[in-house]
Design a protein around this ligand. Structure first.
Ligand code: PMP
Length: 388
């Protein structure tokens, strides 16, 4: 029996080290990483700025209680407020926990206004995490199966349908918030339009609801802006992020503004490790590196390069129906399911992933270069063209 609980269908490879866009396994074989630990290692593996920040912080201070002020946590909060335009931050250790904080803010916001059975509108095919509240918010029956009873207080509507949100609000005075991903990372890379997101913003304004964006996967430069909402010219009330924020060091953040920023008061919520100095040192190095190395613009450019490359290579095969996503969050929608694609790519020395059965998901590091992008295009196109 394996010593590790069997919760993942793991592929047969064991990695020992990484550098930039490349990973090395126990046998010394190198792999091109077009997945970045699922949008985590946006700066690539072993980025010197992040490694140095972790080393320096490890020698200085690894942990103090959140009963005291923590200097690195303050600095990262200020940096995130600066790059987002939000007002304040609650730190967690993961994306699910950042979303738990968002859900608690929404519920408390309702409670403070006399709504004691608050309802949060969530989306079909959403993914918000695997804790009980975020599992409830997630729109995938397969990951919920066997874990009931789920929580009360969530109503699901079809993604990208403003009328559906409008109808729920009209029928239910207890709605306090709308929670959604601007691009559904686990949900087939479905990408919300500007009109839809702006429409959700207006509906939230008109009905005094919190607009809460899950940018766990889309944040930290992934879509070509620091946060995805910055493509559209509006501000959400709550934004969550994680993954790319620590470049691999576990950290999550729930950012808020306006009334949402004032909702939680001392004693309402907490976390032993959230905002720990070691994780915040890594986070600060990430935010600064994304700015200094102009990685949002680079991600945008390389996203365009990869999309153009795939169009050119795959148009004639008839296999490629659509390219979804933004920036370096790329979903190649195929005309059929490709259940062995991930394992086949691994044999070719490439890491990628498939969601929704037929969407090949590519999330290379933000600083991927053209030679690496060419290799990704070559290997993936050959695999797609070879599908029977
Ligand atoms: N939200 C989104 C949009 C995600 O993609 C994920 C992870 N795939 C999560 C939340 C959960 O994050 P974590 O695994 O860090 O809890």
């Amino acid at each position: 029996m394996q010593a590790i609980m069997n919760t993942y269908g793991r592929l047969p490879v064991t990695f020992t080290s990484g550098q930039g866009s490349w990973l090395t396994d126990v046998d010394g074989r190198r792999y091109l990483d077009a997945l970045s630990g699922i949008a985590v290692c946006g700066l690539g593996h072993a980025h010197p700025a992040v490694s140095a920040a972790i080393r320096e912080q490890a020698d200085k201070l690894i942990h103090t209680s959140n009963l005291y002020s923590i200097e690195r946590q303050q600095s990262l909060a200020e940096a995130l407020v600066r790059v987002s335009g939000m007002e304040n931050v609650f730190f967690s250790n993961s994306g699910a926990e950042a979303n738990e904080a968002a859900i608690k803010i929404a519920r408390k916001y309702g409670h403070d206004r006399g709504i004691h059975e608050p309802v949060i509108i969530v989306m079909t095919k959403a993914f918000h995490g695997r804790t009980m509240a975020t599992l409830t918010a997630t729109g995938n029956v397969k990951v919920q199966e066997g874990f009931g009873p789920l929580l009360n207080g969530f109503i699901r509507v079809p993604y990208m349908n403003l009328d559906a949100i409008r109808n729920v609000i009209a029928a239910n005075p207890n709605v306090v918030a709308v929670m959604l991903e601007p691009v559904q990372g686990e949900g087939g890379l479905a990408t919300a339009s500007a009109e839809y997101l702006q429409g959700v913003r207006t509906l939230c304004d008109d009905n005094k609801l919190l607009m809460m964006l899950d940018e766990v996967q889309t944040g930290n430069g992934r879509t070509g802006k620091y946060f995805c909402f910055q493509h559209y010219g509006f501000m959400p009330d709550v934004v969550t992020t994680a993954k790319g924020l620590g470049n691999g060091v576990p950290i999550g953040a729930c950012l808020a503004r306006g009334i949402a920023a004032e909702t939680l008061q001392p004693g309402n919520h907490g976390s032993t490790y959230g905002g720990n100095p070691l994780a915040c040192a890594a986070g600060l190095a990430v935010v600064e590196t994304i700015e200094q190395e102009n990685l949002c613009a680079h991600a945008q450019l390389m996203g365009e390069y990869l999309r153009a490359g795939f169009q050119a290579r795959l148009a004639s095969t008839g296999r490629l129906k659509e390219i979804r996503g933004l920036g370096l969050m790329i979903g190649l929608v195929l005309d059929k399911d490709c259940p062995t694609m991930m394992a086949d790519a691994l044999k070719e020395g490439l890491l990628l992933n498939v969601t929704s059965g037929n969407v090949v998901r590519l999330l290379p590091p933000l600083n991927v270069d053209k030679a690496e992008a060419d290799q990704i295009i070559e290997i993936v196109s050959n695999l797609i063209a070879a599908l029977s």
